[in-house]
Design a protein around this ligand. Structure first.
Ligand SMILES: [Zn+2]
Length: 214
């Protein structure tokens, strides 16, 4: 299947981040952006996107792996120790995110908003390609979280995969991607938290249906 790399960037450790399409984005009536591996220790997104792109032509935009350095190091953050999902230039960037868990260093928002190559890459993609809907793949909470006007899509995704819809993940997420795109830019943004306790191949059928849906 011919894939086109529309845009790429190299991380601090020299890994490439790619924005990929396998069909023709211009003829798509709804422009969707699907992102995997925001967090390096959540590799399911890359597996599922790669598998999908190897089997289907899709006029959607894909970033199979946003955080290849974190994936190589098997850690949530990038190689600078920054949680990309707290590094976006939102009004609440830099507020205390340590309530999120036992390891506050895993939620470090960076020295400055959008300080990271990976964050800048996504911001450029959104400004250049102006997606109408965004799906970002995470693990392990088994919920369909949404920001912005995405309740309807979230409910349809919930019907497919059987996870509940939640408007908020339940702890503060300053500088998050959902706040940047969904809350502050009104782009329907879905954060799909996948099950990590089952083999990722068992997620294929429902996740591919979700890719087709959005
Ligand atoms: Zn995550």
């Amino acid at each position: 299947m011919a894939l086109t790399v529309l845009k790429s960037a190299f991380t601090k450790l020299g890994n490439e981040i790619q924005l990929i399409i396998s069909g023709n984005y211009l003829v798509s009536d709804r422009k969707a952006l699907i992102i995997g591996v925001f967090h390096g220790d959540e590799p399911q997104g890359k597996y599922l996107i790669d598998k999908y792109l190897n089997n289907y032509v899709s006029n959607k935009l894909f970033i199979p792996c946003l955080n290849p350095d974190g994936m190589r190091l098997n850690q949530r953050t990038n190689s600078n120790g920054v949680d990309l999902n707290r590094n976006f230039p939102t009004e609440n960037w830099g507020e205390d995110a340590s309530a999120a868990g036992d390891n506050p260093e895993n939620y470090y928002g960076g020295k400055m908003p959008a300080s990271e190559i990976e964050t800048k890459f996504i911001i450029d993609v959104i400004e250049e390609y102006k997606p109408d809907v965004i799906l970002s793949l995470h693990a392990p909470y088994k919920v369909v979280n949404y920001d912005g006007p995405a309740k309807n899509i979230a409910e349809q995704i919930s019907d497919i995969i059987g996870y509940p819809v939640e408007a908020s993940i339940g702890y503060p997420t300053p500088g998050s991607f959902g706040t940047y795109c969904g809350v502050e830019r009104n782009i329907p943004t879905i954060t799909l938290e996948l099950d990590e306790d089952i083999p990722v191949s068992e997620l294929e059928a429902s996740v591919f249906k979700i890719f087709d849906l959005i």
